[in-house]
Ligand binder design. Sequence first.
Ligand code: 5GP
Ligand code: MG
Length: 183
Amino acid sequence: MDEADVDGDLVNILFTEQQILDRLGEMARDIEKDYEGEDLLIVGVLRGAVMVMADLARAFNRHVEMDWMAVSSYGSGTKSSGVVRILKDLDTDISGRHVLIVDEIIDTGLTLMWLTSNLNSRHPASVEICTLLRKPDAQKMNVDPKYVGWDIPNEFVVGYGLDYNEKYRNLRSVGTLAPHVYS
Ligand code: 5GP
Ligand code: MG
């Protein structure tokens, strides 16, 4: 759906569908260069990273394997609970493999900090992070993503996989949710 379909729920559009696709294309070129001649497994963090995974994977001009993990760090609201649980683990043995975690947003960094150390304990060749969005002012954990689409202000955003109470994930663009929707 488009912004017209969620009339009044967004205070502004941060990135349009086309801007996102263009940026993911640039990131795919960088990733291809860095992993040239290596096998690559991209791991999407369910459910938010579904759109990024789908568009990033198709932007590659090379083979890439895809697997998924589901972790929960948020309740159903707009604030992190600080608790990370594995809801779905990888189907792939990652020992000796180059792993690139794909996520849609780094907020506090807690989820990816935890996930990175969890995957590193499985003896992969490498673990790096690719995120479409990052909120530098919200970051509490020292995570250092190798690929970042954009840094954004510390506001709650929805769309392109990002939800509020399981809504707005299928919005094509990314926008800031109007406070009246969640207050
Ligand atoms: P972190 O552990 O970095 O604080 O946040 C991890 C997860 O919280 C993200 O992958 C995402 O699912 C959710 N999250 C963080 N910030 C936002 C936001 O602004 N909007 C939405 N919809 N989800 C967010
Ligand atoms: Mg996520």
